[in-house]
Design a binder for this molecule. Structure first.
Ligand SMILES: Nc1ncnc2c1ncn2[C@@H]1O[C@H](COP(=O)(O)OP(=O)(O)OP(=O)(O)O)[C@@H](O)[C@H]1O
Ligand SMILES: [Mg+2]
Length: 215
């Protein structure tokens, strides 16, 4: 079972959008995916309610219950869990990082947003978890801007994910319809991008597991 925590103290950075679409991408590749919504705003849960019984399932969890919900999900056959967390430093983010195999930190590629990831970086360091920044909602083609963003991120001692999720209106349209972008626009660019990000995520998890086993 793979557990991915989506964490960023910055509000509106794309955590819930990444959570639901990454889980949907895993489900499309044959996983039994589950989203654990630890945010009192319950945005992912709202998305789940709009979808009714359609996979991936969304459940909510108070921070102290995350581990037991993960254990129960494993027994019930879940193979890919994404934990969506609220903005601002709090116990949900800590507990999510603690149980995760890999942490993804969505961030808009602007200097103000990037400056705000420092707290999140400290948190992943505390638990010594593999973590990557995922650039979200930026321009589709702005090589200079992304070069600068990469430099800033690396300056914080963390690497960016090579796959980005640029600004695509389809994310907003799909969410409003209770759908993932894969379902809403199967041939679209956002579908290609989230599918590639999912593939890369799996490869990173496998790599860190292999490293641990090889120790
Ligand atoms: N790649 C993207 N392209 C276009 N719009 C995006 C993208 N990622 C996120 N958005 C939009 O940005 C807004 C904020 O995204 P989202 O709710 O996922 O952020 P969040 O980090 O979960 O917010 P919060 O901190 O409040 O939980 C939403 O309207 C969402 O549709
Ligand atoms: Mg959210």
């Amino acid at each position: 079972m793979t557990i991915i925590a989506i964490v960023s103290q910055k509000g509106g950075s794309g955590k819930t959008t990444l959570s639901v679409n990454l889980a949907a991408a895993a489900e499309a590749k044959g996983d039994i995916a589950l989203i654990i919504d630890t945010d009192p705003q319950a945005t992912a849960s709202q998305w789940g309610a709009w979808r009714a019984d359609k996979a991936p399932e969304v459940i909510d969890s108070a921070p102290p219950r995350i581990q037991s919900k993960v254990d129960a999900a494993k027994v019930q056959g879940a193979t890919f869990i994404v934990i969506d967390t609220p903005p601002h430093a709090d116990s949900a983010a800590s507990r999510a990082v603690e149980v995760a195999d890999l942490v993804l930190i969505p961030c808009r590629p602007s200097a103000f947003d990037l400056a705000a990831i420092k707290t999140t970086v400290s948190l992943v360091r505390l638990f010594d978890k593999p973590a990557y920044v995922v650039f979200t909602a930026g321009p589709t083609h702005a090589p200079r801007m992304y070069e600068e963003a990469v430099e800033l991120v690396q300056g914080f001692g963390i690497d960016p994910c090579p796959n980005i999720l640029p600004d695509r209106a389809v994310y907003r349209h799909a969410s409003a319809a209770g759908a993932s972008v894969i379902e809403f626009d199967p041939e679209g660019k956002a579908t290609t991008e989230i599918t590639a990000l999912h593939k890369w995520t799996i490869s990173q998890v496998n790599m860190s597991t292999t490293t641990l086993e090889g120790v």
